[in-house]
Design a protein around this ligand. Structure first.
Ligand code: PFF
Length: 457
């Protein structure tokens, strides 16, 4: 199959929308608001923003560069630039995508159940306790867990079968503006609840005495997860980019959008919670246990609740398709499989693997433990997979990508690619410095910290 058959984005906008779709997902809407809540806001948010700038944007640019330079999947790209030794980094990415998608799709499936629950008004009149119980019953119902996970995987497979421009790009171009529109409506609504001032103070007033080493580690790890870095997703999407599209500008726009959405998600969720004086008992459950209660009490809640869960489902879908594309492009490029066959085959296997997470009772406990860097998971496949992916695979992948592009790849290749396309204030020298000295060192510190000690706390 020649490169031309791989497909490409129809424009730079196509790439930016798809990459932003990948980045913006459960990580922004579900995870960021609750880890920020757990880590006491302000100072944590500041560290997170620093991580996006110093680690996330440089590595995202590096991934785009590898992809666009080679026009290949993650494994093929590393093979071309670094030989067989470095191919392993791409391979690690494909495996990570496989595992990550298998459990991500389980939670994504929950958003569908909650969408239908809120449409049918099944939260009406329930107390917080009852909504919590309902959630507990739901996550331990094997039929429902497998059903929604299967449905979400089917949707993902359906989009990926359509290919790059006609599948991924077309769907994300529709879903992303819808998502932004829904967010704006919810934001306006939420700012009127009277809790906006408290929410802003919580988010933006740093209190460094509350900042722990753990919070810093969590912020570093989350910057990988939220920007879809460390497993070749942006390499893969970058491989469908055209020459002449600016790498630094695209990286800045995608990371900027992702960060804004994470902040807006907090500004949608916190004012509602603060104005109703509800302190979420389990902060990880905000999305599925606290919000439904609030929506029921809120004027217009029966309208806003389904809107909200639809939004989360859309955001999750544009992320799951990027995860599946990493795996599919590998089989299409390297083994010359037909796209539809590769998609159906790998999608089915990922669905099967995901059943383990869907059925593990750990999924319930996983909700409170799901943590990008850190907490050891002891129960269930769901926790174990997330632990492996978030604590090990993404950071190690990110570190290796930074080392490869920072130290191994020829400067002439880097400079040429970086300068191809519009330039911004984010110059080659800034990027190269961050990629060589800041990103790998910061990531190495997390990995060492995870190895020594955090698990024993
Ligand atoms: N960035 C996505 C989120 O924040 O939900 C998750 C994700 C997607 C991680 C794709 C990694 C990836 F390759």
């Amino acid at each position: 199959m020649s490169n031309n058959d791989r497909g490409s984005w129809s424009s730079r906008f196509g790439f930016v929308v798809a990459a932003a779709g990948s980045a913006i997902g459960l990580g922004n809407i579900w995870k960021f608001p609750y880890i920020t809540y757990e880590n006491d806001g302000g100072a944590f948010v500041l560290v997170y923003l620093l991580c996006i700038v110093a680690i996330g944007i440089p590595i995202m640019t590096a991934e785009m560069l590898i992809g666009r330079k080679t026009q290949k999947n993650a494994v093929g790209a590393f093979k071309e630039l670094g030989g067989n030794k470095w191919k392993i980094v791409g391979g690690l990415g494909v495996v990570t995508g496989f595992v990550l998608l298998s459990y991500y799709s389980v939670i994504a499936g929950w958003t569908l159940e909650y969408f239908f629950k809120s449409v049918s008004g099944s939260f009406n009149g329930l107390s917080e306790q009852e909504v919590g119980n309902q959630f507990g019953t739901f996550v331990t119902n094997p039929f429902k867990q497998v059903f929604w996970h299967g449905l979400f995987m089917s949707l993902t497979v359906f989009v990926i079968m359509g290919g790059v421009a006609k599948g991924i790009e077309r769907v994300t171009k529709i879903l992303m503006p819808v998502l932004l529109g829904i967010f704006v409506i919810l934001l306006i609504q939420s700012l009127q609840t009277g809790g906006a001032g408290k929410a802003l103070t919580f988010l933006f007033r740093p209190n460094f005495s509350e900042l722990t080493f753990d919070s810093v580690l969590e912020a570093v790890g989350h910057s990988f997860f939220t920007l879809s870095l460390g497993m070749g997703t942006i390499i893969t999407y970058g491989s469908y980019m055209r020459k002449g599209d600016s790498l630094p500008k695209s990286a800045l726009i995608v990371s900027g959008l992702d960060t804004c959405i994470a902040m807006v998600a907090c500004m949608v969720i916190y004012p509602i919670i603060f104005s109703f004086d509800l302190v979420p008992t389990k902060s990880a459950g905000i999305l599925f246990t606290t919000l439904p209660v609030i929506f029921v009490k809120m004027p217009g809640g029966t309208f806003f609740a389904p809107l909200f869960f639809a939004l989360v489902a859309f955001a999750a879908l544009t992320s799951t398709i990027s995860l599946l594309e990493v795996v599919v492009s590998y089989f299409v490029d390297e083994f010359k499989w037909e796209r539809k066959k590769a998609t159906a085959g790998t999608g089915f296997l990922i669905f099967m693997l995901g059943i383990l997470s869907a059925l593990s009772n750990g999924a319930h406990q996983g909700l409170s433990n799901l943590n990008i860097i850190g907490k050891t998971s002891t129960v269930g496949f769901f926790n174990t997979f997330d632990y492996l992916v978030s604590n090990w695979m993404l950071p190690i992948g990110g570190l290796l990508i930074a080392v490869f592009v920072g130290w191994i790849l020829q400067s002439s290749v880097k400079e040429e690619e970086f300068h191809d396309g519009e330039q911004t204030f984010f110059k080659y020298n800034h990027w190269n410095f961050l990629l060589r000295f800041v990103s790998p060192v910061a990531v190495a510190i997390i990995i060492i910290a995870v190895i020594f000690g955090r698990e024993f706390q």
